[in-house]
Design a binder for this molecule. Structure first.
Ligand code: TMP
Ligand code: ASP
Length: 263
């Protein structure tokens, strides 16, 4: 399999073509942005960690019956994925109130939501990803009703599975954002919905259960420092980082000794 030309470059990832039909390469960059790219930085090693963490989480979800775009991880920064037509909606699940929910509706920070709250955002950088209702999705034909029904169910199941994974390693899954795409199933001659994009500390809020220490991109958004250490801590607890990696030795701007365990 050969890597071809760049098809698309986003804020944190690049998609390349391959010489195999229906397959593309997803490359994880070290770039971090927040507040619709008003804040930017290059965080050495972030792409490598997100590649590995996202591979682990998507593989686990796949084993639980959630179809995903992931074929396999190719190397430290790249994954082979099925080419999907991305639905232009960001699906956000919240278990605990924080972030834009507290700002928009005045809900107290840290309120435990009685049941997970699912929100929809229109994926459009120029408009700053505005919050939308399901009616907008149907009205502007961003997805069909049957697709959203499938996605809603899959999303709630993903929340249950991810909450379990993170609870098991002493982390609260506060909220997260996921995306879906359509891939063509040749045999059935239908478009199938698959979980796409990534699930990583860039796209989740992860708090240590005991200390409530933030182990996610809020460290960058809120200038809390030690971003890479937090991402490494997540990988280490997931048991996808070797024990001998001493996170205190990591310096910003220096090459990070990232050797991953094969699972
Ligand atoms: P929010 O509270 O800022 O709306 O974020 C909700 C969740 O979605 C949080 O886990 C971070 C994630 N997220 C993204 O992955 N990408 C984004 O562009 C935004 C705004 C949030
Ligand atoms: N990824 C988004 C951006 O730059 C925002 C965020 O994750 O906070 O713009």
């Amino acid at each position: 399999m050969n890597k071809g030309k760049k098809l698309y470059e986003g804020k944190a990832k690049i998609i390349y073509s391959t010489n195999e039909k229906g397959l593309v390469i997803q490359h994880f960059k070290d770039d971090a942005t927040a507040f619709n790219a008003l804040k930017k930085a290059n965080i050495e090693g972030k792409g490598v960690l997100n590649n590995r963490i996202s591979e682990y989480l998507l593989n686990t979800l796949d084993q639980c019956g959630i179809p995903t775009h992931l074929v396999k991880r190719l190397n430290m920064r790249e994954q082979l994925i099925r080419q999907a037509e991305i639905i232009p909606v960001e699906f956000v699940v919240r278990n605990i109130a924080t972030g834009s929910l507290t700002k928009r509706l005045g809900i107290s920070e840290g309120t435990i939501l009685e049941k997970p709250l699912l929100e929809y955002y229109y994926k459009n950088d120029e408009l700053g990803d505005p919050i939308i209702s399901k009616e907008h999705i149907y009205s502007f034909e961003w997805a069909k009703k049957s697709e959203i029904e499938t996605i809603d169910q899959m999303t709630m199941r993903i929340n249950d599975i991810l909450q379990g994974i993170f609870r098991g390693i002493g982390i609260k899954l506060v909220d997260f954002k996921i995306e879906y795409g359509r891939v063509w199933n040749k045999e059935k001659e239908i478009n199938e919905i698959v979980l796409a994009d990534e699930i990583s500390p860039d796209t989740c809020r992860l708090w240590d259960i005991k200390t409530e220490k933030k182990l996610d991109k809020d460290r960058f958004r809120k200038d809390l420092g030690n971003i890479i250490e937090a991402y490494q801590e997540v990988a280490r607890r997931l048991n996808i980082m070797p024990e001998e990696t001493n996170i205190s030795e990591v310096n910003f701007g220096k090459t990070i000794p990232l050797k991953f365990k094969k699972k």
